[in-house]
Design a protein. Sequence first.
Length: 134
Amino acid sequence: MRVLAHIAMTLALLATVGCVHPYRTEVQQGNVITQDMIDKLKPGMTKSQVRFVLGTPLIIDAFHPERWDYIYLYKKDVNAPAETRHFTVIFNGDSLARIEADASFPPAATALDHAGGASTDQEASDASTSARAL
């Protein structure tokens, strides 16, 4: 009888252990870019000023030093699909020329492009077709 009670207790314990879910942490990687940070960007800012506002970019391509890419990845848990955001800053020499962002960023005023950020109409159309230019 005592063995039967131990077996029943063990089975009950195993049944309740299966109901407990382990903690799954959120995964955040890359650069967080907020709308407030985007609003602080102005045409003609130097690279050091942009780095002060946005932080160090995740990617600076050695073959394209005029382009900085800020990428952010968020996963609610390990099994959830990843949400990514891509934000690009393009310079002309040492001054800020334009910024580009994917559709996951909230729309902002296009003052950067209208204030002389995009130097040609071709560059402006390329920016709008590849990513929404801010």
